[in-house]
Design a protein around this ligand. Sequence first.
Ligand code: NOJ
Ligand code: CA
Length: 533
Amino acid sequence: MPPFSPPPSWLADAVLYQIYPQSYADSNGDGIGDFAGVTAHLEHLSWLGVNTVWLNPCFASPFRDAGYDVSDYLSPAPRYGTEEDLARLVDEAGRLGIRVMLDLVAGHTSDEHPWFTASARDPGDHRYIWAEPGADGTLPPRFVRSPGTRPGGYLPNFFESQPALNFGYARQDAAEPWRQPVDAEGPRANRAALREVMDHWLRLGLAGFRVDMAHSLVKDDPGLVETCRLWGELRTWLDTTHRQAALLAEWGDPQMSVPAGFHADFLLQFGGPSDGLPMRSLWNNGTGTVHQHWEQRDSCYFDAGARGSAETFVSAWRSATALIGDKGFISLPTANHDFSRLCCGPRTAEQLPPAFAFQLTWPTLPAIYYGDEIGMRYLPGLPDHEGSVLEATYNRAGSRTPMQWDATPGAGFSTAPADRFYLPLDPDPDRPDVATQRADENSLLHLVRRLIALRAGTPELGGRGSVEVLSTGYPLVYVRGGRYLVAVNPGLAPVTFPYGTDGGTPRPLEVSGVRIRDGAISADGFGFGIFAL
Ligand code: NOJ
Ligand code: CA
């Protein structure tokens, strides 16, 4: 395979912002967020300084998995508006210097997608993975009985309503005749379909895609060799057709996905050599996390009790960046729609400033999950909604509640009666909101804005500059680009770290509760400081 083109240059300066469209802003009073609602709030994003938005799936869907069950990749779901509404959102965002990316659900469709309903009728169709029943009538493990006239069953990729698209198997097995090679007709048709879908939206002005379960495509694929080959082929196509488009993986293993062809990959609560531990060791967001379980989980670094260490994260980071080099980026999200927000369990909003000071000065592609910029909290105890519950103790709905825009009863999210809201609002009378925080320069929102501006104006603090880590304990101390010192203390107790300045006086750029003097850095509880050396 020829070498890939360098990543689009805009990606190095990107600050991502994830919008869960059904929960962001409702423009027509039906209780569900929509494109026009997002468009009406672009000014917030522009004021905040984020320059790239990614939207969770907004395509036609029966919503058994909140839109990750796509029934038509080329049509927006009517509840979000029309293609024209999306085009208007993209245009107006572009005028404000904001790129918009979509979510490409590559590994499966809805069981209501016409490809699947046709496949469930036609034993000669191989867009999905179908197995015949055995002599005793049973299906192989994990296969689900056909809903159509076709006998046998299909392999799901996530929920049963999400049949896996057939990208083939890396290994054949005479005892499992449903395994097809990766270059069989069905897998070839599906790879071509991915290109068509991408081409359609990129032509409309979208800036790229976050790719759902990007690691999941080729089955029984030791080392994910064939899955990587598939993405390499797609990247080569993208390099020649849409070189400015970005591909971000939901894979959780940048050292594998970026060399394979992605421009960036998210650190997640799963994936990679230690199955998500680097990310969990920061925020405590493991699979199954709900706040009731917080105390039972591994200790994490952003913990008021200072029971963690940043070493797990930093050493995983070092080895991943050594392998990736300048081929792409590792994206560090504050949270996403699948795991708990930063403000969860015993972690309160007053503990978030050091977390943002860290995220926005680390050499990453930072991704802010909507509402984290005001410290919205994970809401425990919500009902299962559109497939939000994965296990009894794992309800994603708590991270998907409506954006809190102002202090009115509907929080400025919607004018619908409260019982028609996509999910309930945080009932806390003191819930944070954008309007209140915008009026207060000491708010988290203002801090996040200043940190983004500082990063934008200081290349050494961005995704490409060097980092020298001096301490992975409390405080975490590092120097960016040889010139900017960052110290953060997520713990409640004050801490110190020996640090000589050779007589110079570090210039505070954004500091709260951190001092450098007398040969030491001293940090108050939840303090953070960014200094020019
Ligand atoms: C990952 C998505 O982030 C999640 O929300 C979804 O349920 C699964 N993939 C299945 O598409
Ligand atoms: Ca609406």
